[in-house]
Write a protein that binds this ligand. Sequence first.
Ligand SMILES: [Zn+2]
Ligand SMILES: [Zn+2]
Ligand SMILES: [Zn+2]
Length: 105
Amino acid sequence: MGLLSNLRLVVRRARGGTRPCSHLRQIRNVRRGSEGCEECLAQGDTWVHLRMCMTCGKVGCCDSSKNKHAHRHADIASHPIARSLEPGEDWMWCYVDDVLVDAAP
Ligand SMILES: [Zn+2]
Ligand SMILES: [Zn+2]
Ligand SMILES: [Zn+2]
């Protein structure tokens, strides 16, 4: 697991302020941990969208899902950045700064 060296990251848009994300160093070259939300699968629950932790690869459900496992994992594990696992979406979100982090083209 190394840092993504060939990926230049920019904060494309900030919600509720202009504070940039200071957690880009926590982005790793992770491998997806599970097909669906790990904790929802364990408790037989369902989710709306999936997010993957960019520090450890854990798959969790989004804030529109009732369990919000991705957000909870970010808080508990101090892994602030998760990416969308929805088809065609490659943006990342920092739960600490509330900003969208996107790979520059
Ligand atoms: Zn951040
Ligand atoms: Zn979940
Ligand atoms: Zn994590």
